[in-house]
Design a protein around this ligand. Sequence first.
Ligand SMILES: Nc1ncnc2c1ncn2[C@@H]1O[C@H](COP(=O)(O)OP(=O)(O)OP(=O)(O)O)[C@@H](O)[C@H]1O
Ligand SMILES: [Mg+2]
Length: 297
Amino acid sequence: MSNGILLKTNIDYLRLHSHGKVRDIYEIGENLLFIATDRISAFDSVLRNGIPYKGKVLTHLSEFWFQHMSDLTENHLITTKIDEIDTLRREDKELLRERSMLVKKVKVIPVECVVRGYLAGSGWKEYKENGTVCKIKLPPNLKECEKLPEPIFTPSTKATSGHDENISYEEVVEITGEKLAEELRQKSIEIYKKANGYALTKGIIISDTKFEWGVYDNKTILIDEILTPDSSRFWPLEDYSPGRSQPSFDKQFVRDYLETCGWDKKSPPPLLPDNIINITSKKYLEACVKLTGERIW
Ligand SMILES: Nc1ncnc2c1ncn2[C@@H]1O[C@H](COP(=O)(O)OP(=O)(O)OP(=O)(O)O)[C@@H](O)[C@H]1O
Ligand SMILES: [Mg+2]
């Protein structure tokens, strides 16, 4: 770790569960230690730079939302109080504080539960071509980034490597059975609606978001991170204007930079310039303080 940026952990006395693109996950007894590093991924590659505070923002926002949604669903969070985990050594606690959660280890349901309330990204692209989003027919003459009459459920597969692929609701039914598919659809939409309703009062539009669910004690519970700039598109409400793309609170700056710097998106990614790193860090922090009302830096 340097400058407070954590790119990778190496806790050799814990059993490693997995390294994701952003998270390092270890086993602690029956549970998982879910550590958000400051890694950032774009175009399916993990970049070489870290983004200051990113892991803390993801952790703080997820905790905030889990609590905010506790009347609608159970979730995997046990605690973010790292000091209470006796297994961890003191020097590791320093490193992991504010960016880690102890969570219940679940059987992950292999569907990414995407909900879209607005017409953006791949949804807009498909709509322009076919008038549909993930094969769901939508009213004609909608503009780019326009609010949809009702939020829609547009699931995708959880690809183990590379790009997730959109699937139809019927394909979810094939994977999970009808009862669970209906529960995922209904709960994901309900949580999205409540989240966007709240975010609007704080000056943020949640255009779309992705949830993951798991089965624990025979119950379906919300897992992973929720409603963060990594799992969602956040737009500033004051600049919102349908008919064009919107400025956003996530890694859009990083993506835009990578689109123009000549990288082929296959070879190892280039280093990011300092200003791109700093602007991105500020965007994450701004989204976090707007939504939670708390400064974490
Ligand atoms: N409670 C849980 N129990 C088991 N696995 C979980 C739990 N919560 C989240 N996960 C899994 O942990 C991983 C989170 O790591 P990370 O966010 O770094 O992965 P990722 O880059 O999103 O990659 P991918 O989701 O494609 O594996 C996800 O694969 C997610 O499905
Ligand atoms: Mg993830």
